[in-house]
Design a binder for this molecule. Structure first.
Ligand SMILES: [Zn+2]
Length: 469
């Protein structure tokens, strides 16, 4: 049975190779490629620019929510940096972005004894229009709301306190299991007559930093204010509610949504030498939340991507395919950049071979998630042995891509290239949510060497795919 399977696979590879789609990865090629991959890592580790680029983005521009003056500065920062690298073309693609302002009042207190709670408004929340004072009802997660029902919820602030599961090893899986209470909490609670929501921060870490993030309203339900609370204060509030179920919270927020604004995706490319060159896109998102410096999320992905282009240039390597870096705008609260880029690609009639997104932080590389047909996945996973010595060995056969690049493949109205490969860069996930969307997401919390290893891993993958497809 096993033999039959293997021979079928070989036939399939031979078939693909015959038609020039790939070259089978022989031992001699692995050896040759290993030398080139070693060079890429040497460049990133000995003479890398990713860390200094991150410093100028974080310290020179700082946080940069879509539609802000800082986001405009980030666009200029990216454009000027890419221009200075002597790539073939740098474009600014105009897009319209939503604009939300946090305002300057964010206060939550336990009314009875004036205990101040560490909260921050969720992105997109309405303000309170003065003081909002109400009793609080705690729910373990959205699934609890139905059990509590309108009788328990109406006129109250709902405190959604489902924690990250400590037993879940991968941080993104823990996040995935909880994040619906942040995104949908306000609209679901409003369905039962709630007047506000307080959501436990999305992190394993026990500290006093609230983590913001996107939330959305539905047309059917009242728009009620929504805030995140630090994990320490979530535990404190939970305990206080046990002792005093009638306690009241006073909430004041003056955040609001402003009219849409014009912004840009920044795109730079080195054109491929092949007559049939396709596009390889590598990107991250330039916008960030409006606290911290957007260092891991997603300054890291931005400088990873720029470093790939720089290393190709510095190495004097002319790729077969066009390698394009995209600094996407508005990933955090609208995905207008991702959708706008997909539309731009479609309007130009371009064919994509592969798109890779780095939006999981600047920690030690572990591998890639890969969305591709079975046969393409087999080809890509054959590169594992080359990257394994660098600790980059996870080749996850699903979930590749990311918010910014998914529209290239998923928007059925675009149907650009159903055979394209989507990759997501996978760094270690243990500490990402310590910083994610919090004021601690700053340059100092990114490790130089880990960041450089990430850039080299992504550069290696781009090199291999460019060479073999
Ligand atoms: Zn991000």
């Amino acid at each position: 049975m096993q033999t039959l399977k293997i021979s079928n696979k070989l036939v399939k590879y031979a078939f693909i190779a015959m038609f020039g789609l790939i070259a089978i990865h022989s031992n001699a090629q692995v050896k040759k490629d290993s030398i080139q991959i070693r060079r890429i890592f040497d460049m990133a580790l000995e003479d890398g620019k990713a860390y200094e680029n991150l410093r100028t983005l974080c310290k020179g521009v700082g946080h940069r929510i879509s539609g802000s003056a800082a986001a405009d500065s980030a666009v200029n920062w990216g454009y000027n940096l890419l221009k200075s690298m002597w790539v073939d073309t740098v474009y600014k693609i105009p897009i319209t972005v939503p604009c939300w302002s946090r305002g300057n009042i964010e206060l939550a207190t336990i009314y009875h004894d004036d205990t101040r709670l560490n909260i921050t408004a969720l992105g997109g929340s309405v303000g309170t229009n003065g003081l909002l004072k109400a009793k609080v009802v705690m729910a373990y997660g959205l699934e609890d709301l139905e059990l509590l029902g309108e009788k328990a919820i109406k006129g109250k602030i709902v405190f959604l306190n489902k924690p990250f599961d400590a037993k879940t090893i991968n941080g993104f899986e823990a996040y995935g299991a909880c994040v619906s209470q942040r995104y949908n909490g306000a609209s679901k609670a409003a369905e039962y007559g709630a007047v506000g929501v307080i959501v436990r921060s999305m992190t394993h870490k026990h500290d006093n930093n609230p983590h913001t993030g996107g939330m959305g309203y539905t047309d059917e339900n009242n728009k009620i204010p929504a805030v995140a609370i630090s994990t320490e204060h979530a535990d404190m509030l939970s305990q206080r509610l046990k002792d005093m179920p009638d306690l009241e919270i006073g909430l004041r927020l003056n955040c609001k949504t402003l009219p849409d604004k014009q912004s840009y995706n920044v795109v730079a490319e080195i054109r491929g030498k092949s007559k049939n060159a396709s596009i390889i896109t590598v990107g991250g998102h330039l916008d960030s939340w409006d606290i911290g410096e957007g260092a891991h999320d997603d300054g890291a992905g931005i400088v990873h991507s720029i470093e790939v282009l720089r290393m190709i240039r510095a190495n004097g390597y002319r790729p077969k395919h066009t390698v394009r870096v995209v600094l996407f705008m508005n990933e955090e609260n609208g995905n207008r950049g991702g959708k706008g880029y997909a539309q731009w690609v479609k309007d130009r009639g371009e064919k994509h071979l592969m798109a890779l997104e780095s939006d999981a932080g600047g920690h030690t590389p572990r591998g890639f998630s890969i969305s591709a047909s079975d046969s393409l996945y087999q080809i890509i996973s054959s590169y594992r042995s080359i990257l394994e010595p660098y600790g980059c060995h996870v080749f996850k056969p699903s979930g590749g891509g990311g918010v910014d690049i998914n529209p290239l493949k998923l928007d059925s109205a675009l149907t650009i290239n159903p055979n394209m490969i989507l990759l997501g860069f996978l760094p270690d996930s243990q500490r990402y949510f310590d910083f994610h969307h919090a004021k601690t997401d700053v340059f100092e919390n990114v490790h130089k060497r880990e960041l450089e290893m990430g850039a080299a891993s992504i550069g290696s993958m781009v090199y291999l795919i460019d060479k073999y497809f």
